[in-house]
Ligand binder design. Structure first.
Ligand code: TYD
Ligand code: MG
Length: 452
């Protein structure tokens, strides 16, 4: 009998290597190569003769483009939005997130709703059927007719999904799955890859929408490898601030919709509830105007979000004043303070500066620049800005205020929440401002700071 062939697979990036090495030649990580049996499919494929190519297998782009992707609504407008308008038949979606964040809960709620449109199969490899049923009872979904199966062999799951004619297959989680064709333990890179490949093949061949739950490593990536992200159509991450009951579902890759789209949920007694107006939760309205606080409008996917930026400038006791940024890039904060000093005479040299975005949100956009500098000045001089003010705009190194995309949408969101005054880049001033709102355009930083 031929000796079983071994390959060494990097557990970080998934690259194979014929011999063991201390460092992965592809990604450069140390001690990540693990011996795994070479997949049979790969060995068999080497002996196969190529398929005869036929001309009629190609199709015209125009003919394909007219085919609308049918979308299945998941019963949750927030989840549908993140998916790009619902679940696409034959698509594969990976949902990652920390343990306990609510992935299984979300999947179970979606399963119950999707079951109205066609058979749904929920394969659990982590929990027993009893546990899933108990959770369903807590969620008030006990009478839902979605099919359950406690199984970890993908071939079995695919077989059952085929026989029940599943329109949607949920696999919780991909790390517990194994393929009979591979010798490695569940969770190993080659297993993850083979199981995912099997499920992708099944989804494409049958038109079943497949949802995969994936765990996240300490570094915040889907455990195992980036390779999974390449294989699937859509990657969603479930995130939360520690201790908060709010959950943000974010699409980081979507072949059927916008990336960076977010959906907001709250974990309640009866499972996940949608938060349709997330601006309201990230915004802490102060009864009296306070210094160091400015509201700005951030874009996440197709959504505008109102968030509060806070800066505290305090006389430093040491020789090296501190610059602490939470929810904002630290380098950007340092840069903005330098621009504010150089072009608007803001003396922050002897001050510790702390900047924070309320609600655990990350402000990764340059549109928040103006609000950060306004908040810094407000804190330094202990002069509050009006409660009804919002500000956005990018700040350049020459002290200029640059326009940002989606100015009108941002203004509309602010007007919707009752803000009366907006300080924005000149080029973002609309011809017709939203009702009840005064929009003031600025081109230079000192001009913006002089506005109050
Ligand atoms: P779960 O969906 O099991 O998380 P994951 O699959 O991502 O590991 O969610 C578990 C957490 O959610 C657990 O800490 C309890 C909480 N929870 C609620 O607060 N309310 C509920 O109705 C449910 C079902 C769970
Ligand atoms: Mg779970």
């Amino acid at each position: 009998m031929a000796k079983l062939k071994e390959v060494f697979v990097c557990q970080n990036c998934g690259a194979p290597s014929p011999k063991w090495q201390g460092q992965c030649p592809t990604c450069g990580e140390w001690n990540t190569l693990v011996a795994e049996a070479a997949p049979q499919s790969a060995r068999a494929a080497a002996h196969k003769t190529p398929r005869a190519a036929r001309a009629d297998v190609s199709t015209s782009l125009a003919a394909e483009a007219t085919v609308e992707e049918p979308r299945l609504t998941t019963g949750s407008a927030e989840l549908d939005r993140v998916l790009g308008g619902g679940l696409v038949a034959g698509s594969v979606t990976l949902i990652g997130g920390d343990p306990g964040i609510g992935k299984s809960t979300l999947m179970l709620q979606a399963a119950a709703a999707l079951n109205a449109l066609g058979p749904v199969l929920y394969a659990t490899g982590e929990e027993s059927l009893k546990q899933v049923a108990l959770r369903a009872r807590r969620l008030g979904l006990a009478d839902a007719t979605a099919r359950l199966i406690a199984e970890t062999a993908v071939e079995q799951i695919v077989g059952v999904a085929t026989s029940v004619g599943a329109r949607v297959l949920i696999v919780d989680s991909i790390q517990t799955m194994h393929s009979e064709r591979i010798e490695a333990a569940p969770g190993a890179v080659s297993q993850l890859r083979e199981c995912t490949a099997e499920l992708v093949r099944f989804a494409k061949a049958s038109g079943t929408a497949v949802l995969l739950v994936g765990h996240v490593t300490k570094e915040g990536q889907i455990a195992g490898p980036r390779v999974l992200e390449h294989m699937v159509d859509t990657v969603l991450y479930f995130e939360s601030d520690t201790g908060s009951r709010f959950r943000v579902l974010r699409s980081v890759k979507n072949r059927f919709g916008a990336a960076n789209e977010i959906g907001v949920f709250a974990m309640a007694e009866q499972g996940l509830r949608e938060v349709t107006n997330p601006s309201a939760i990230f915004l802490s309205r102060h009864a009296e105007p306070v210094s160091g606080s400015v509201i700005t409008v951030m874009r996440e996917g197709t959504r505008s979000l109102l968030i509060e930026v806070q800066v505290l400038a305090d006389a430093s006791l040491g020789n090296n004043p501190r610059r602490v940024a939470v929810g904002i890039d630290g380098n950007r904060l340092t840069m903005l303070l330098a621009v504010a000093h150089r072009h608007a005479g803001l003396l922050l040299g002897g001050q510790d500066v702390f900047a924070n975005v309320v609600g655990g949100v990350r402000l990764a956009e340059t549109a928040g620049d103006l609000a950060i500098v306004l908040a810094a000045r407000s804190s330094l001089q202990d002069v509050p800005l009006p409660n009804s003010l919002i500000a956005f705009g990018e700040l350049g190194l020459a002290g200029e205020i640059r326009p940002v995309p989606f100015g009108e949408e941002r203004l509309r969101e602010a007007a919707k929440h009752g803000f009366k005054l907006a300080l924005v880049p000149e080029a973002n001033v609309p011809k017709r401002p939203p009702d009840g709102m005064t929009v003031r355009g600025v081109t230079r930083l000192n001009q913006a700071l002089d506005a109050f």
